[in-house]
Design a binder for this molecule. Structure first.
Ligand SMILES: Cc1cc2nc3c(=O)[nH]c(=O)nc-3n(C[C@H](O)[C@H](O)[C@H](O)COP(=O)(O)OP(=O)(O)OC[C@H]3O[C@@H](n4cnc5c(N)ncnc54)[C@H](O)[C@@H]3O)c2cc1C
Length: 700
């Protein structure tokens, strides 16, 4: 078989040597545009020392690579002139030049032909198999773009890649604030004499510093001055360095006829999780294996894509989270150093609290002590006893609107408060409680029509909270709006009641929830006043019955949420249009409830509708800020269900990054929701300051 490989980077070289090793009869030729030995980049870091798959694929290169590794096991976070070290991380680095050199030598040894300074175009390639290992700007892929369907997403921050002779003894993240903005450096050693030094910042800081117009020498001078404490007198070395944005690439298909994409031509993942070279080399292993085990090129390419694409997409998701973190670091400048460092270390969702504790008990112990001490001092106005020892963050008390809850775990009571209280959660929420009969979702929706009903739900006094112990109860008041008058949800949600049982629905605009749903009335002033009155009456019942906290449901397509979302609010009056106008009625209700409810008051808010044209996170921040200004004490973060056509995006921590933005941009107590199932998961969220409370998926 004649195999043409375009690109002599890690993907092309490694694939070629593996194929030639297992199938020596194949004619394998690499075409590389650069001269031999010329390469961009300083060092490559592998986040996993074992690289087991490399060992199995070709032991010789594996030992050569690992023999050249610089290995270190700690991450240093330099922030506000403190250096916080977290050990047990296991990183290895190698110079890109060394890596390519040894792969090249192994190719020579096995009989792979390598032609340098040969620029290949789509018309130059021939053979039974064409491997496009020509990097992120692959011309072969672009010539077949209608088949591969590449999609690029540009990062919002700017970065520049340097080298330095300062040899760091850890993976170092350094953060510096100055009058221009907030900047960070990612630095790691790679050959005992040099380190990679990448400087990154948000667009506003970059422009304010004049780096948009700076020459390479001016950029170097600026970064050297900024990171002088970390560089300790060493210079930054240029590498044809330019300020660029990171481009994340995905392709719908990875092969077409006899052409296949591997490495960066198929996918990229943000450099901050250090996996691009590893992914490229793992692609090479998978493709070589598939060609060895499958009878035809077509079957092998299908097998390769099935094996690799889902794995790479998981990495890309972790990389996206890490990239988002680094694009928004200025939001976290208010955090104390230990929390800032914990947040950074757990940014991609791949390392959680328990992992970090296994890696470095001392570091997590320090985080626990700091968290416990700051939580205790914040709650010290209450009679809650200060914990004698540092406990994980879930067990720290929290004061909300003058009420102290004993821990940071919340649950929703699905059946009764007693069983919810038995979980030990500090906060117990009701499901939606309707403010009137016609505010119900269905016949089985509870409605708080009298103080006695509220008292009955609260049950025996031993589940009622006092200031220091026991459960704190939260009643969630709402109006179903366009989602009302449906059958009980235990069989299927949003199925309308038959005509003889139904009632008229109200909403911001006359938009039915599903195509089968009743068209709601657009609320006029009279209906708005009536509904406000219902909220006030129900809040009064809740107060008299003895609930500890009250929450207004403003998400999931219910009535108040229907005013906030542009998808469900098409009003032409003062209550529709810009976000400030769409918020007007929900704020009127909040103010009215506030006038009869003096205790802690919160809002369950959709921070995204998961639908095109819906609420954006930016708007949700504005909304949460307005609620805070109107006396709201906490926000519970929700998403989706504004329209039946929403497209949920579920992954681990899927609502946490929204909670993170609300908490850290608005500074309000934030409750994270969304499939949080373990206390470890909750500790990760809380220790990193992504939320103040975690609502665990129903335990009760
Ligand atoms: C700032 C930054 C930091 C990074 N840090 C790390 C890290 O620490 N760890 C890590 O694992 N990865 C890192 N990466 C990613 C890593 O560099 C890439 O994922 C990896 O090099 C991909 O290998 P590849 O062989 O697919 O592509 P490349 O290494 O890009 O190789 C492609 C080759 O094809 C050649 N070529 C292109 N077009 C043609 C043509 N038409 N004809 C002939 N030859 C052609 C190019 O000259 C090049 O040699 C980083 C990336 C960036 C941007």
């Amino acid at each position: 078989m004649k195999v043409t490989v375009v690109g002599g980077g890690p993907a092309g070289l490694y694939f070629s040597l593996l194929l030639k090793k297992t199938q020596p009869d194949h004619d394998v030729a690499i075409y590389e545009r650069n001269p031999e030995g010329a390469t961009y980049g300083w060092g490559v870091v592998f986040s996993d020392r074992t690289l087991t798959s490399f060992r199995e694929a070709d032991y010789k290169t594996y030992t050569q690579i690992t023999d050249n590794f610089i290995i270190w096991d700690s991450i240093d976070v330099c922030y506000r002139d403190e250096v916080l070290r977290c050990g047990g991380q296991v990183f290895s680095g190698i110079s890109r030049k060394t890596l390519l050199g040894l792969l090249h030598a192994r190719c020579d040894e096995l009989g792979v032909t390598i032609e340098h300074q040969r620029e290949m175009g789509p018309d130059d390639v021939e053979g039974d198999l064409v491997v496009a290992a020509d990097g992120v700007h692959s011309v072969l892929r672009e010539a077949n773009a209608e088949h591969f369907k590449p999609r690029f997403v540009s990062g919002s921050s700017r970065y520049i890649w340097f080298g330095t002779e300062r040899t760091f003894d850890s993976f170092t993240f350094a953060f510096r604030a100055n009058d221009d903005g907030f900047f960070q450096a990612h630095a790691y050693p790679f050959d005992g004499q040099m380190s990679t030094f990448i400087v990154e910042c948000d667009d506003a800081s970059w422009r304010a510093a004049g780096l948009d117009a700076a020459t390479e020498a001016e950029s170097i001078a600026y970064c050297e001055a900024l990171f002088a404490p970390e560089l300790r007198g060493h210079a930054l070395r240029s590498n044809n360095s330019k300020w660029i944005r990171f481009e994340t690439l995905k392709n719908s298909s990875w092969h077409n006829d006899n052409m296949v994409l591997i490495g960066d031509s198929a996918h990229t993942a943000h450099f901050s999780i250090g996996s691009g070279t590893k992914l490229a080399m793992e692609d090479a292993i998978s493709l070589a294996n598939a060609l060895e085990t499958k009878g035809t090129v077509e079957a092998a390419l299908t097998e390769y894509q099935l094996d690799r694409k889902p794995r790479v997409e998981r990495f890309q998701e972790a990389a996206r989270q890490s990239q988002t973190y680094f694009e928004n670091t200025r939001l976290y400048q208010h955090m104390e150093p230990l929390q800032f460092a914990f947040h950074l270390l757990s940014r991609s969702g791949r390392i959680d609290y328990d992992d970090l504790r296994l890696r470095d008990r001392g570091f997590v112990g320090a985080v626990d002590r700091w968290f416990t001490a700051s939580a205790s001092s914040a709650a010290s106005s209450s009679s809650a006893p200060a914990p004698a020892i540092a406990a994980p963050p879930s067990f720290a008390p929290l004061s909300i609107g003058g009420k102290t809850i004993p821990n940071r775990i919340a649950v929703t009571a699905r059946h009764d408060l007693e069983s919810a209280a038995a979980t030990g959660a500090g906060l117990v929420f009701t499901d939606l409680v309707a403010v009137s009969e016609h505010a119900r979702v269905s016949f089985d929706t509870p409605a708080l029509l009298s103080t006695e009903i509220g008292q009955r739900w609260l049950g025996s006094s031993d589940v009622r909270s006092d200031e220091t112990a026991g459960v704190t109860t939260v009643v969630t008041l709402g109006h179903s709006g366009a989602r009302g008058a449906t059958r009980p949800r235990d069989r299927m949600a949003d199925v309308p009641l038959p005509p003889e049982e139904t009632w008229g629905l109200l909403a911001a605009s006359p938009i039915p929830y599903t195509s089968h749903s009743q068209v709601p009335f657009e609320m006029d002033r009279r209906y708005m006043d009536d509904v406000t009155e219902d909220f006030v009456t129900a809040a009064t019942h809740a107060r008299e019955a003895g609930w500890d906290m009250l929450e207004l449901h403003m998400g999931h397509g219910y009535l108040l949420g229907s005013f906030i979302s542009p998808l469900t609010n098409r009003r032409a009056d003062d209550y529709g249009g810009a976000i400030e106008a769409r918020l007007r009625y929900p704020l009127e209700v909040l103010d009215a409830v506030r006038s009869v409810w003096a205790g802690p008051l919160g809002v369950a808010l959709n921070v995204s509708d998961w639908a095109p044209g819906g609420t954006t996170l930016r708007e949700a921040v504005t909304t949460a800020r307005s609620f805070t200004e109107h006396g709201c004490h906490f926000i519970r973060v929700l998403a989706g269900q504004t329209t039946a056509k929403h497209r949920p995006h579920y992954d681990e921590y899927f609502l946490t990054h929204y909670a993170d933005r609300i908490r850290n941009e608005v500074g309000i107590v934030t409750i994270a929701t969304g499939d949080i199932t373990t206390v470890d998961h909750a500790n990760t969220i809380l220790a990193g300051g992504r939320a103040d409370i975690c609502l665990l998926r129903s335990l009760a």
